[in-house]
Write a protein that binds this ligand. Structure first.
Ligand code: H79
Length: 631
């Protein structure tokens, strides 16, 4: 039955999936791990990364690939609402007269002051958000232009914001409120055409003695983020709380768009259990990238950047970034550090132009009210979206290889949307590198009024903007071009004889090679991987000003299973061969000398890196090449 189910519904519409789900649930009575085993042997694309050297294969490094294709709704939505709401909202950043510090996140208050569970339970027991109105919240999101809502079904404090039979530490059984806000929200979302999604803290739980985090109440709590102190007890938490609660969420609230996990998981296999459970019960439901072990290959269907992370460049796999409106996720009475509406609009455009989704948080109060400053900002965003959302929804990222001084670009087929944040003083917007001819140019909010476009002697487009700027925050110019964008590649210029560094930001990729995000380390979050064969190429256009012999160094990470595979680095007819060595981990980047290369011609050369042979695993997690002139 499970086999049939998976085979038949992966591409089905949500409603079909839902009917299927109901059928499956009737059959799906066993313990979850049984279902999981079935999944692993029943045709889901579980990919094992083994090396061409079978001896070096490490069976513990088996990983699961994303089991769903990224649905259009997620790619097209661009903008979602995050809601952090729980007993911490009652405290609003204050405990026994003590305030959390400015910049602290208020949903962490129990941990921050090591509030004994006994005391925190008393707070939870007073949670009575009588002003909560699901339809109003959904309307706030919808009017802002948001297309999905992700609400905390259980945050780290362990309190379930839904009617859970698994634990009575939940809003229906434990509070005078008695209502199930997730049920009400899921229904209001459905009415309004908004995707309903849930956050679930799967490793961290300060109410359960065996989960990660609560070391002030429980000696049996897991205290390390890296190693389980008590694997058997942690298993008990998974089996008795986390997994059954996730089943409830996936069973009782209709179709769910995303289950958003947080803080990673101890083992990749445990992460897979969660991802597979979601995909088994609701094949169309996405799992975010924090479900698995943070230091291993991505588990889940798409990447979540770090909290409040802005992308530095074009990530080429599906991603989103969760962000706050002030400095906290959960409600704080004290945090007045609100971002401006214009900042929010510009962040959204920046994120969308780089290919991501903007997941923007509100922290309602203990009474169930979204704070007025949040409402006001979202209203402003909504007004901008009302006039300009054509340049946001369903667009693809900027086709240009670099950022502009004046703003950002999004694209819909042959339409380029130029989001002008900085209106040029001379009203001439300059655009380099676009070779297509321009059929039409106009302001998005005034399509009738045509805009003059000419080219200067270097071929740069000179776009004559109207006298008045339609929007003080972001005015959108639309360029209609012929055919797909034909854009000069980025050229890295060497001036003098200094080192040339070729990295993620300046590369372009072809075949399966992808620029990617990873969660390890603040400044080391990006790499290029997924190269599996000679067609999967990373390349750079480099303008060499000092011909000569260069020493080539490479920085990458590789797991033991990828050892001994060969790759090529070419520049014109010069080719170096490298052999991958294990660096002992996915994100353990090391630099090694590859050899010497003669770059004998002044001017532009194409440098490429690719696997020599077809592999059944990735070549490496690539970071950079460095070229040093031998003097
Ligand atoms: O749900 C929101 C956060 O609660 C959660 N992710 C977003 C989406 C999150 N989990 N961990 N973190 C954020 C970062 C944790 C920071 C910490 Fe701390 C530093 C935890 C302990 C020290 C901040 C400062 C919280 C307490 C003190």
């Amino acid at each position: 039955m499970v086999l049939l189910f998976i085979g038949s519904v992966v591409q089905a519409q949500i409603s079909d999936e839902w009917t299927e789900l109901q059928k499956v649930l009737k059959d799906c009575t066993g313990h979850y791990s049984g279902v999981n085993n079935n999944v692993a042997t029943s045709g889901l694309p579980v990919i094992s990364f083994c090396c061409s050297n079978p001896k070096s294969r490490d069976s513990s490094e088996v990983t699961v690939k994303n089991v769903t294709t990224i649905p259009e709704w997620f790619r097209d939505s661009k903008f979602g609402m995050f809601i952090h709401w729980g007993p911490y909202s009652v405290l609003g950043g204050e405990w026994n007269g003590k305030q959390i510090e400015q910049g602290d996140i208020a949903e962490w208050i129990m941990e921050r002051f090591h509030i004994p569970l006994k005391e925190y339970r008393k707070v939870a027991a007073t949670f009575n958000p009588v002003k909560f109105n699901a339809r109003e919240w959904v309307a706030v999101a919808k009017n802002a232009g948001m297309k999905y809502i992700i609400i905390t079904s259980k945050h780290h404090d362990g309190f379930a914001m839904f009617d859970s039979k698994v634990s009575d530490y939940n809003i229906v059984d434990y509070t005078p409120f008695k209502r199930d806000p997730l049920k009400e929200l899921s229904e209001a979302c459905r009415e309004a055409g908004i995707k309903f999604c849930v956050y679930y803290s799967h490793r961290e739980d300060w109410e359960n003695p065996y989960a990660y985090g609560n070391t002030w109440d429980f000696d049996s709590s897991q205290s390390s983020l890296d190693t389980m102190n008590y694997p058997v007890l942690f298993r008990k938490y998974l089996d008795e709380k986390a997994i059954p609660q996730l089943k409830e969420l996936l069973t009782n609230y209709g179709p769910i768009g995303i289950v958003w996990f947080d803080r990673g998981m101890y083992t990749q296999e445990q992460g897979m259990e969660f991802a597979n459970l979601v995909h088994t019960l609701q094949p169309g439901c996405l799992v975010n990238g924090r479900v698995g072990h943070y230091d291993k290959e991505l588990l889940g269907d798409y990447q979540s950047l770090t909290d409040n992370g802005m992308p530095v460049g074009g990530i080429e796999e599906a991603w989103e970034t969760p962000q706050t409106l002030n400095d906290t996720w959960g409600y704080s009475k004290f945090d007045k550090n609100w971002k401006s509406s214009s900042d929010i609009i510009r962040r959204m455009v920046t994120i969308v132009s780089k290919g991501g989704n903007y997941l923007l948080n509100v922290g309602p109060t203990g009474e169930g009210v979204i704070p007025a400053p949040s409402i006001n900002i979202l209203k402003d965003v909504g007004e901008w979206m009302h006039k300009n959302s054509e340049s946001i929804y369903g667009t693809s990222p900027s086709p240009f290889p670099t950022d502009f001084p004046w703003g950002f670009c999004t694209r819909r087929g042959e339409l380029l949307y130029l989001h002008v944040f900085e209106w040029p003083g001379d009203r001439v917007l300059k655009l380099k590198g676009l070779k297509n001819s321009i059929v039409n140019a106009f302001m998005l909010t005034d399509k009738e009024k045509k805009i003059q476009v000419s080219r200067d002697k270097d071929g740069q487009l000179m776009i004559s903007l109207p006298e008045s700027r339609p929007d003080p925050v972001n005015s959108v110019v639309v360029l209609q071009i012929t055919g797909p964008p034909d854009i000069d590649p980025l050229v890295i210029h060497q001036t003098g004889n200094e080192q040339v560094v070729l990295d993620y930001l300046t590369a372009s990729t072809s075949g399966k090679a992808e620029k990617r995000f990873n969660r390890k380390g603040e400044s080391e979050q990006f790499h290029i991987s997924k190269m599996e064969g000679p067609e999967d190429i990373i390349k750079w256009h480099v303008n060499i000003s000092t011909p000569g012999i260069y020493e080539v160094f490479i920085t990458y990470a590789a797991i033991p299973g990828w050892e001994n595979c060969s790759y090529k680095v070419s520049a014109g007819k010069e080719i170096l061969t490298g052999i991958v060595r294990s660096t002992q981990g996915w994100y353990e980047y090391k630099t090694e000398k590859l050899g010497q290369m003669r770059l004998s011609e002044k001017g532009e050369t194409l440098i490429r890196l690719y696997p020599e042979h077809q592999l059944d695993h990735y070549l490496m997690y690539f970071r950079s090449l460095q070229l040093n002139l031998v003097k």
